[in-house]
Design a protein around this ligand. Structure first.
Ligand code: ADP
Ligand code: MG
Length: 321
């Protein structure tokens, strides 16, 4: 099968909202008048971002999910995406499953694939997403304020738990591993929550490299510090039942520095707490209050008694790990 047959068979679908979709030199898209465009790209490389054991359908899902997570973190509404794909060989069964996972998530968010590039080479997937947000409403990293509450959506640590099982450092029974693996391989981008937090949250980021590391980006660009409590790691909706089985120190490490969670970490003024909880319930997304933004720079982790806990774990950084 040649390049053009491959594109036509697996990636070309009739344009819906696009004026021109797959098949011409450029796609044409008419933005909603008055809206700002939000753009983001994320690349996934075999051995670096995913294991060779991952199912093609999960990979199709995850490649788009991590990109949608960036739009979610900005409070943008997803519109369309492009796909640049390098494949070692044409494997029709693999392509069929990959495109299924990709389009299932695209359809769930009512967005379309409008173009891309296809080439032979080591497996590499790069998606660019395009979204829209009303001017001034985008959630950004540099706008956290001292006194803000810090919140996290969903559950954290499960993807790391699955990774540790793959690495042979930890054992889980089959059903627990299925759940943890789903969190690692099929993350849920929190698009609806991000949009519901427009005008409520002060700052927002999605957790890809680990909660503390990603919070660090918010603190640095907002010129503030933070206190993170640990009582929610003892027990809260942010910690899954499978994570509860771990010893506290492991659980804390996975929750705070695990990475690959694709949850939203955001800050909001204390007097917006009810609106935060309203956004959470309107979008069926659990949200947990985990700390406060402080004037004093630095990041302190304190237990329920207010005692400092030392930080021995680092977040993921591609060039230092
Ligand atoms: P060009 O050489 O003009 O850049 P290509 O031959 O690379 O165009 O691609 C042909 C058409 O197919 C273009 O519209 C391009 O956007 C689209 N396309 C290529 N690869 C993909 C892909 N993996 N997914 C979606 N569209 C693709
Ligand atoms: Mg091309």
């Amino acid at each position: 099968m040649g390049e053009f047959d491959l594109i036509a068979r697996f990636f070309q679908r009739p344009a819906r909202n696009a004026l021109v979709g797959v098949g011409d030199d450029c796609a044409l898209w008419q933005p909603t008048p008055g809206m700002q465009l939000a753009l983001s790209s994320d690349m996934l490389i075999e051995g670096r971002h995913f294991l060779s054991t991952v199912y093609a359908r999960c990979l199709g899902h995850k490649a788009l999910a991590v990109n949608l997570s960036d739009l979610a973190a900005c409070g943008a509404k997803p519109c369309a995406f492009t796909l640049a794909l390098a494949l070692p060989r044409v494997d029709e069964v693999w392509l069929d499953k990959f495109s299924q996972g990709l389009f299932d998530l695209a359809d769930a968010h009512n967005i379309e694939l409008i173009g891309g590039d296809t080439t032979q080479g080591p497996l590499n997937i790069c998606i660019t997403v395009m979204g829209e947000v009303p001017p001034g409403d985008a959630l950004l990293r540099h706008t956290a304020q001292a006194g803000d509450h810090i919140y996290v959506s969903g559950t954290v640590g499960d993807a790391r738990l699955a990774l540790e099982v793959f690495r042979g450092h930890h054992a889980l029974d089959a059903s627990a591993m299925t759940r943890a693996r789903a969190r690692m391989e099929m993350p849920t981008p929190r698009v609806a929550l991000g949009m519901a937090l427009r005008g409520v949250a002060n700052a927002c980021i999605d957790i890809s490299d680990g909660l503390l590391g990603d919070l660090g980006h918010v603190l640095q660009s907002s010129h503030v510090g933070a206190i993170i409590h640990t009582d929610w790691i003892e027990e809260s909706v942010a910690i899954s039942a499978d994570m509860q089985e771990l010893a506290f120190n492991k659980r804390m490490e996975f929750a705070l520095a695990g990475g690959d969670d694709y949850e939203l970490l955001f800050t909001a003024p204390a007097d917006q707490h009810e609106w935060v909880m309203q956004a959470a319930s309107d979008t069926d997304t659990p949200v947990t209050h985990i700390g406060e933004i402080t004037h004093d720079l630095g990041l302190n982790i304190v237990d329920a008694q207010g005692l400092a806990i030392s930080r021995r774990f680092a977040s993921f950084d591609h060039f230092t790990s």
